[in-house]
Design a protein around this ligand. Sequence first.
Ligand code: C2O
Ligand code: CU
Ligand code: CU
Length: 492
Amino acid sequence: MRYRSYVVRLQVIMTTIILLIFVLFLISGAGNAETIKPFTTPLPVPPILENLDTESGSAHFRLAVQQGSRSFFPGMNTNTFGYNGNFLGPTIRVRNGQKIKIDVINTLKENTTVHWHGLHVPAKWDGGPRQVIEAGESWHPEFTIRQPAATLWYHPHGMGLTGEQVYMGLAGLFIIEDEVSENLALPKTYGFDDFPLIIQDRRFFEDGSFAYVQGMMDAMHGVIGNHLMVNGVIDPNLDVPKGLIRLRLLNGSNSSIYHIRFADNRSFHQIATDGGFQENPVLLTSLLLSAGERSEIVIDFGNDKAGSTLKLIVTQNPGYQFEAMQFTVIDTQTKGAKLPDQLTAIDWMKESKTVKTRRFVMETMSMGGAPMRMGMAPRRLTINGKNMDIGRIDEQVKLGTTEIWEITNSSRMMMQLPHSMHLHDVQFQILDRNGIQPPPEEKGRKDTILILPGERVRIISRFADYTGVYMYHCHVLEHEDKGMMGQFEVID
Ligand code: C2O
Ligand code: CU
Ligand code: CU
């Protein structure tokens, strides 16, 4: 009797345990299927930042720099930073000629700055390392937009703090519109046929937190992530109407060079470089963007069947290849946008009008200051042998003049580091790369350019309107933070 009841009880217990395990298995299985299945999360489109001044035609914005958290993987939270939110920031959209005022409130427990990358603004409102916003403080830049339609961006720029704060999520887009952009028949309905794609990679620890710089290799090469996100989401899907779609691409990564194409290798047209429209659309099947660069492209989904999908392929160079996101064509038509033959007229700066050529050598030095040699511990990233010193002005430029800057990436032996050179204040043009005309996709207004090991690039810029101190630096943020940056002062 006792033995039988024991067996019966045992059977009941065993059955219950098996059932429980089965149920748990079902739950977790369902959970996995739901959250791990790629290309099911809709691509978030950053909201347009609300203009608080509805009366005067000027714009008044409010940006809070804040801490937050975000779940990039099922059941795991990552501590993040964001502007007016948990990760990334809203899109600031303004018009050429518009007066704008921005209240930036730093609610972080650390200092930050907000730099308007690609904007031509007075030096004191540039938001570089000289315009620190201390923890708990605020900053109130005011300036007038004086440049053509373009896709620019904003991000922090504190001395030694840029890389980590961007990695935590601080970045947003800054779009300028003007008569040209409004009158062209291009796709231009934000979130319908005109989409920003902020492309970034990240690396995570097992607990879900970001794995920022881990040791010297990361500091030298920049942090290369093994997860790719678009607008802050891994493997998103975007439903697109049939017709022409405009994509505003930003390489918002800390250091990666991205090679971008579509899975079926279809061609598309590039319409804008960093600083605005090109003269004519450029037909391409792939595009290379280094850290900080932007490009606007137009892709045709007019012949795709409703329900069909297309992947965007992003390959790090060097690094991983990702299916970055998916486009799903829906049964709706765009509003009949067209691709014009002529987009704008660019005022090409002439070499004959320049007053000066300056030379910049980007180099990796050993601790003692000697050029890097095999077996030496690389320690310093320099421009013209110097490491950034905020108390030192490296170059003085006369207001209203046009100059040629010749930038060389002098990489020796072991340290073959590509750099991404960026100038504040100006939109420049590329004269040549190693003496050869730049490819069509680089013909236009630029503020950031890839410079490969051994390359020598000549750019031409006009320093107009504003005096004051601005930065030039490598946009590999780990290089910038390690001092691959200098200051130029525009003087009257
Ligand atoms: Cu996007 Cu000086 O930076
Ligand atoms: Cu900048
Ligand atoms: Cu660099």
